[in-house]
Design a protein around this ligand. Structure first.
Ligand SMILES: NC(=O)c1ccc[n+]([C@@H]2O[C@H](COP(=O)([O-])OP(=O)(O)OC[C@H]3O[C@@H](n4cnc5c(N)ncnc54)[C@H](O)[C@@H]3O)[C@@H](O)[C@H]2O)c1
Ligand SMILES: *[C@@H]1O[C@H](CO)[C@@H](O)[C@H](O)[C@H]1NC(C)=O
Ligand SMILES: *[C@@H]1O[C@H](CO)[C@@H](O)[C@H](O)[C@H]1NC(C)=O
Length: 311
């Protein structure tokens, strides 16, 4: 039986555990807070049962069968025993990650893949205390991974091609949608594209071109309608009679002109920023009750969109 170890049993560790058992893997969960990984399994059990009732459980196995694949450990060496793949999900702090990978290396065989969930730290930093970095990579999920399938696979400069391939195959097998970065870069791909969207949206509101409410509609009722199933590249390719080259010969001059009129990188502070922020608070008051209700709505819609995409 193939074993995967999940290190850290917070939000993301629990999500990875659920994905891996949905693919039929044995999953050993470790957390350095005593009792925390056992609590995580109780929480996962609740979620698996709810997902089964809602007919949203992933994989071929029942909730009970998936649950039987899980085990919890307060001891690192026991947790790593027998694993072929390790997914790290501890706090997003460089020293914490560096030290847990350093510790792990003593307890795993030479072919075991060491993968980090980091959102913001580049592999060359995360793995700087590992001796054999050819087995290391970042597998960056998107929250909530159960409904948003993208995983960015980011290599260390020394990562072996076979390690990228094996991880790609594993992610595909558990039903995620892996993408390969060919080299590391700050923010990987998703957060860089997101930052570009945030920057121009912010500038348009701050410069008095459009309201907060309406810029969000530009995405949710406009671009986002396509982006849930085709990306910006295919969008362009389909939007000119003879494809992408034709699109560029028609529009590139205007796109370039527009791009050169974009303002500087916003600093998101000061009086101007305050007024953008207050505009949002008028739409959705910044208190626990309103935020929780909107988060619940977002998660419900994501779940339904995931279902739609599956069908
Ligand atoms: N939350 C998100 O939306 C999201 C999305 C993508 C990636 N990530 C990344 O996933 C990682 C985990 O995030 P999270 O939201 O699950 O955090 P979290 O705070 O919910 O969970 C972290 C868990 O790690 C445990 N832990 C801390 N130090 C440890 C150690 N040395 N050994 C073992 N366990 C340890 C903690 O006890 C806790 O249970 C971070 O690197 C984060 O950037 C998070
Ligand atoms: C380093 O890791 C790679 C990839 O897992 C492995 O093939 C290789 O044997 C390891 N080298 C050593 C010296 O352990
Ligand atoms: C490009 O912009 C110019 C000037 O605004 C406009 O006249 C022209 O129609 C635009 N071209 C296309 C293909 O949209």
């Amino acid at each position: 039986m193939k074993i995967i170890t999940v290190i850290g049993s917070g939000l993301i560790g629990r999500s990875w555990a659920m994905l891996f058992v949905s693919g039929g893997y044995n999953v050993k969960i470790y957390d350095n807070q005593p009792g925390q990984s056992a609590k995580a399994i109780t929480e996962i059990k609740k979620q698996l049962v709810e997902l089964e009732e809602a007919h949203m459980l992933r994989g071929e196995l029942s909730a009970a069968q998936q649950l039987a694949l899980l085990s919890s450990y307060d001891d690192l060496s026991q947790a790593l025993d027998g694993a072929f793949f390790v997914q790290e999900c501890v706090f997003e702090q460089l020293e914490v990650k560096q030290s847990i990978f350093h510790d792990m290396e003593r307890f795993v065989g030479k072919d075991v893949i060491l993968s980090s969930s980091t959102s913001c730290l580049v592999p060359s930093k995360v793995f700087s205390k590992v001796q054999n970095r050819s087995r290391c990579l970042v597998s960056h999920p998107v929250n909530p991974p159960y409904y948003v399938k993208l995983v960015e696979l980011v290599p260390h400069p020394e990562t072996a091609a076979a390690v990228m391939d094996t991880t790609h195959a594993l992610m595909t097998k558990v039903g995620q949608a892996p993408v390969l970065l060919k080299k590391e870069i700050d923010g990987f791909a998703l957060n860089r594209v997101q930052a570009a969207i945030i920057a121009e949206s912010w500038r348009l509101v701050q410069d008095g071109v459009i309201s907060v409410k309406d810029i969000d509609l530009v995405m949710s009722e406009g671009l986002g309608m396509r982006y849930a199933f085709i990306g910006p590249m295919e969008t362009m390719h389909l939007n000119a009679p003879k494809g992408l080259e034709d699109y560029m010969s028609r529009y590139s001059e205007n796109i370039t002109r527009m791009l050169s009129s974009f303002g500087p990188v916003p600093d998101f502070c000061g009086e101007a920023a305050k007024s953008v922020i207050n505009e949002m608070y008028e739409l959705i008051p910044c208190d626990q009750q309103h935020l929780a209700a909107r988060q619940e709505r977002r998660d419900q819609f994501l779940m339904r969109l995931a279902k739609l995409k599956k069908d």
